[in-house]
Design a protein around this ligand. Structure first.
Ligand code: H2U
Ligand code: ZN
Length: 341
């Protein structure tokens, strides 16, 4: 038998942020494809769409009129999945049937008044204002007694379930800490307790040394395809400085963040010559009043596209039943993205 080669042979990779494994099958990326093709999204949108519920001056589903906002705009989601006034309480039976009331606040954030833009088209100066708003919202919502965690995210493209092409994201803030950030909390705090350093700072140092999975970087942030990536062109955006949450980011770092967002989304758009769909989200420390010295803020980009604007990756079969799996290696995905800079 030949010697184990990570670029050729099936292997499992460990995700230290979640404490979970991913199956990587590099040889399998050569298989033919005759399955479903997603239709590519045509991008010919007007600057202002009179039927868009996010454009300035338009009326939303609940009858409210959006102001004529010049930059960003935030409002409470008219169809919120979580409500602040929801009664607390719990239900249990036999230890196996368990339910707990969950309170929260859901908001929608418009990144720009322009209906036709996405983050990749926006000026760094304007994206920085989105970062300002994320910071303000994290601090405002996180300060509320009943809020233990604030999730900021963006669904981009109809294939990711976005209901509207107007550039926007969402915030769901809730009383408990949901699954993914709870796992990341456990892993990061355990690592910090053991090593006295941040897991992601140590990981970033390794990646800078290996220099095979980096995509774009500037003085404050690095975007890379993580060693344990599940989605074909998944990336992780990590600030070079170890800080827990957006309340601690400096003005200069905010510009660095905006610059990385612009450059990364531009590279993504070039990959399959399409407005690249993804779900992206910021993970940062919980706001339940506890101290989380190990937490290192970061952002995940999970794009579903695999080999063209029309062929996406499915999470089915083995992945639903066992572990996530990928064919093209994170190293080759990073190389392809870097080549588009
Ligand atoms: P998505 O495109 O990611 O679904 O986000 C849009 C959100 O906007 C969605 O959660 C809300 C939906 O509930 N919405 C309003 O709050 N008001 C409206 O008039 C329509 C949609
Ligand atoms: Zn619009």
């Amino acid at each position: 038998m030949s010697q184990f080669d990570i670029t050729e042979h099936s292997h499992r990779r460990f995700n230290p942020l979640l404490g979970e494994w991913v199956l990587v099958s590099p040889h399998r990326s050569k298989r033919p494809w005759q399955g479903q093709q997603e239709s590519a999204e045509k991008d010919t949108r007007p600057q202002y769409d009179p039927t868009c519920y996010l454009c300035p001056t338009n009326v939303r589903a609940n009858g409210e009129t959006n102001p004529d906002y010049p930059a960003t705009f935030v409002f409470v989601n008219d169809f919120a999945a979580l409500q602040a006034e929801s009664p607390s309480g719990s239900f249990t039976k036999g230890g196996l049937l368990r339910a707990e009331g969950e309170r929260g606040i859901c908001k929608v954030i418009c990144f720009s008044p322009r209906h036709d833009l996405t983050l990749s088209d926006m000026e760094v100066q304007d994206i920085k204002q989105v970062v300002d708003l994320w910071q303000e919202q994290y601090l405002e919502l996180g300060a509320l007694e009943e809020i233990g965690y604030v999730q900021i995210f963006e669904n981009k493209g109809s294939v990711m379930g976005s209901s509207n092409p107007h550039p926007h994201g969402q915030i769901w803030a809730q009383s408990s800490i949901p699954g993914e950030p709870a796992k990341e909390t456990e892993q990061q705090e355990a690592y910090f307790q053991q090593n006295g350093r941040s897991l992601l700072a140590d990981y970033l140092a390794l990646e800078l040394e290996e220099n095979t999975r980096l995509v774009v970087e500037n003085a404050h942030f690095v975007a890379l395809v993580p060693f344990w990536a599940v989605w074909p062109f998944e990336t992780l955006v990590i600030p070079r400085r170890h800080f827990q949450h957006l309340g601690q980011i400096t003005e200069e770092e905010k510009f660095g963040y905006a610059d990385i967002m612009k450059r990364l989304s531009s590279v993504y758009d070039k990959l399959f010559q399409t407005s690249f769909p993804y779900s992206a989200g910021i993970h940062q420390s919980p706001t339940d009043g506890r101290d989380y010295p190990g937490w290192h803020l970061h952002m995940h980009f999970y794009p579903p596209l695999l080999r063209s604007a029309t062929v996406k990756k499915f999470m089915v079969g083995y992945e639903l039943m066992a572990d996530p799996q990928r064919d093209i290696t994170p190293e080759s995905a990073a190389e392809r993205l870097r080549g588009l800079l």
